[in-house]
Design a protein around this ligand. Sequence first.
Ligand code: SAJ
Length: 460
Amino acid sequence: MIAPVLHGRKKEDAVMSKLLELVERKEAKIAVIGLGYVGLPVAACLADAGFSVTGVDLKADRLARIAKGECPIEGEEPGLAPMITKVVAEKKLVVTNDYKNLADVDIVLIDVDTPVEADNKPAYKALRGACEALGAVMKEGILVIVESTIAPGTVDKVVAPLLEKVSGKKRNEGFFLGHCPERVMPGRLLQNLTQLSRVCGGSTPETAKAMVALYRSIVKGDLDEADCVTAELVKTAENTYRDVNIAFANELAMICESSGGKFLRVRELVNKSPGRNVLLSGAGVGGHCITKDPWLLAHGAPGLDTKVIAAARARNDGMPAHVLSLVESGLAEAGKKLAGAKLAILGFSYLEDSDDTRHAPTEYFLGHAKAAGVECVVHDPYVEEFKGDLWKVLEGADAAVVMVAHTAYRSLDLHAVASKLRTKVFVDARHVFDVGAARAAGLVVRSLGNAVAAKDGVST
Ligand code: SAJ
């Protein structure tokens, strides 16, 4: 009996049900392209769940370390290193830089970086490169899932056409597409990957179902079926939502400074109102997610003037300069000019208790300070370059500026800090210290979101 030649919908259903069967039996061959802080954990988890996984990366040193069962990701990642050692030893995870090894895989996850260019447009060089290399070797009926954060419309307008062009296959016939955005966070990669809910955006409803079956093998959180553009919108919107809310907190803090308010107290009372959740003002927004995803979301509507997104990005990017103005104000009260001053900068990483320095607000602060003729000495207990002795950094400085709320700073003896400073100015841009306590230590204080004490000594 010759099997009937299937076309269109019937063919798609047959391909997807076969794939579903392979996934449920853990027999689907999987590849993960990009073995960074997103790709490597998911490759290890899928291998640990019983799948045969081929990891692909361009970095030879990273491949070499993984092939030895080591974890090349810096920082503490609970559970990840032993999992990699185990799955590599079991040969459930193998690594390569040769796409020819993907010729027989059934599912490919793409986890490459998707930054934005200087003009805030998506930079898809890595994504295009992965698609071109994969398209040349991928077999009939493959499911390609992009996990990297991408602008709305990218699967439809960038990934699909490129795979069609290079492979000669047609979407939803010769191959199927999905977008399942990651929600991992450095420091808790495995925890987030296995616990958090995820959107399974499929190029067809059956594809979304197959994706749910795949991710169910490693994810305990909700797995919500959707189409690709919904998944693209959800991920970029959730980070844009955070950026806009941080921008509001920053603007509110600046209004408090001018109007005599205390930001933390105002925030505490506002947040008692149902449905309010004012975030924390700070020295700026760093990292590689929140700083770029708003621009990816905006790219989803090229003709629209995305005022709110752009204004929030501008407000947050303006915070390092605002902190420098607080320094200038404190120095002025102490009778010192900004130009020629020497500052001790506490914190360089973009996030407290992290060594990640991508788009760190302090980096932008240092640029503004240099332009103003100010000398800065930086300390950071997590960043190799700045791990020195904090007391040496403070020695002889005209101001201490808290840019990152590292736990190590919270127990600082402010009297001891004051004794080291040449000019006793203290600027807290992360709500770490009580203003009154800092003043009692003999410091001239500027604290983000707090009005300067009135001359009559009424502390704020
Ligand atoms: N920040 C503030 N005020 C706040 C919160 C953050 O100024 O109230 C600053 C931080 O200092 C940092 C930047 O914003 O410089 C980003 O902080 P973040 O806590 O958002 O941490 P990220 O960049 O690691 O964001 C990640 C994102 N996760 C993923 O993209 C998978 C984001 O979606 C999460 O909401 C966030 O972690 C989180 O919730 O911790």
